[in-house]
Design a protein around this ligand. Structure first.
Ligand SMILES: Cc1cc2nc3c(=O)[nH]c(=O)nc-3n(C[C@H](O)[C@H](O)[C@H](O)COP(=O)(O)O)c2cc1C
Length: 185
């Protein structure tokens, strides 16, 4: 029997064109089994600043919410800016608070930094926000990757085998969470 298609949306918290977090997402996409479609969503900088009193329809916000609603799971990979989540990513997550697209949605969260700490404070903050939004995750659903620049080549491809294995494992965790969620629904 053919495996059912699994649709995943992946979001890098960095707008940097040479982002190591975006490269991590590209690597995860390359590791995905044939039945897993990973769509890299790059609209963070098209979202307006979140304003809870906004009543009018905003096309970029509606599109973002639809992408998340229709996904079986979501991957986040984020840098750490000043010990926190980059404002553009937090802004995007704030747009989902009332509409609830991340509620019960299987997610994984990754942080990466050239520092040895791997953006751990950003990851902790992102996980708190994902908890507030009701996302479906467990203790295996997150990793931080330190010294990330030493783990990729000049073209930005992840070359460190241990990191590639960690990404394979966390992707497997997401697929497992999606499969368990399907059984219980
Ligand atoms: C404004 C700013 C603040 C930063 N603050 C931190 C920080 O608190 N912790 C950290 O590990 N790295 C920090 N960095 C370094 C980033 O981890 C580094 O630029 C990283 O490559 C960003 O991820 P990216 O390659 O995916 O864009 C900061 C970088 C910038 C531009």
């Amino acid at each position: 029997m053919k495996d059912k298609i699994i649709n995943i949306v992946a979001i890098s918290g960095s707008l940097n064109p040479n982002s190591s977090n975006s490269n991590i997402i590209i690597t995860i996409k390359s590791l995905a089994p044939a039945n897993v479609v990973i769509k890299i969503w790059e609209g963070l900088d098209e979202l307006p600043h979140f304003n809870p009193s906004t009543k009018e329809e905003i096309i970029s916000v509606n599109n973002f919410r639809q992408q998340i609603r229709e996904a079986d799971g979501v991957i986040f990979s984020t840098p750490e800016y000043a010990f926190g989540v980059p404002g553009v990513l937090k802004n995007a997550l704030d747009w989902l608070v009332f509409s609830g697209e991340l509620n019960e949605k299987p997610v994984i969260a990754i942080s990466a930094s050239p520092l040895y700490t791997g953006g751990d404070k950003s990851l902790a903050s992102l996980l708190l926000t994902l908890t507030a939004l009701g996302a479906n995750k467990n203790t295996l659903s997150s990793i931080s990757i330190g010294n990330v620049k030493n783990k990729m080549n000049e073209a930005g491809e992840i070359t460190d085998q241990e990191t590639i294995s960690s990404l394979q494992i966390i992707l497997a965790t997401l697929l497992e969470t999606i499969s368990l969620a399907r059984i219980s629904n």
